[in-house]
Ligand binder design. Structure first.
Ligand code: AMP
Ligand code: ZN
Length: 110
């Protein structure tokens, strides 16, 4: 996926503030944070959205998420968001989980 922004981040062709990386997963700070801590967790392989995600990769993303919560000392709670498709507000079509923390989150979401 040569035109995919997040594939380029995985391939280190464009810079990102990476906070976690292993064989399968990268996590980096969102360039336009909407919370005091705003991290994106992505698979290194190009999956378009959560409907493409299988159990094995979901487990890897979940493991990374848990490690990040500990690493970033997120103690008061957080929100995980997977914007999906047009109505979900997805703008980058490489699967990512937003890990949002550091403030109270409103409900319902906008
Ligand atoms: P979504 O709108 O759910 O598809 O989320 C895409 C997210 O990617 C947005 O929150 C953007 O701020 C973020 N984003 C776009 N480009 C970059 C980049 N180069 N580095 C980090 N985050 C980015
Ligand atoms: Zn991609």
């Amino acid at each position: 996926m040569s035109e995919c922004l997040f594939c380029k981040i995985v391939e280190k062709k464009i810079p990102a503030n990476v906070v976690f990386e292993n064989e399968h997963i990268v996590a980096f700070r969102d360039i336009n944070p909407v919370a005091p801590q705003h991290i994106l967790v992505i698979p290194k392989t190009h999956l378009e959205n959560i409907l493409d995600l299988d159990g094995a990769m979901a487990n890897r993303m979940l493991d990374a998420l848990k490690q990040l919560v500990a690493q970033e000392k997120i103690e008061k709670g957080f929100r995980v968001v997977a914007n999906t498709g047009e109505h979900g507000g997805q703008t980058v079509y490489h699967l990512h989980w937003h890990l949002l923390s550091g403030r109270h989150m409103g409900w319902p979401p906008g």
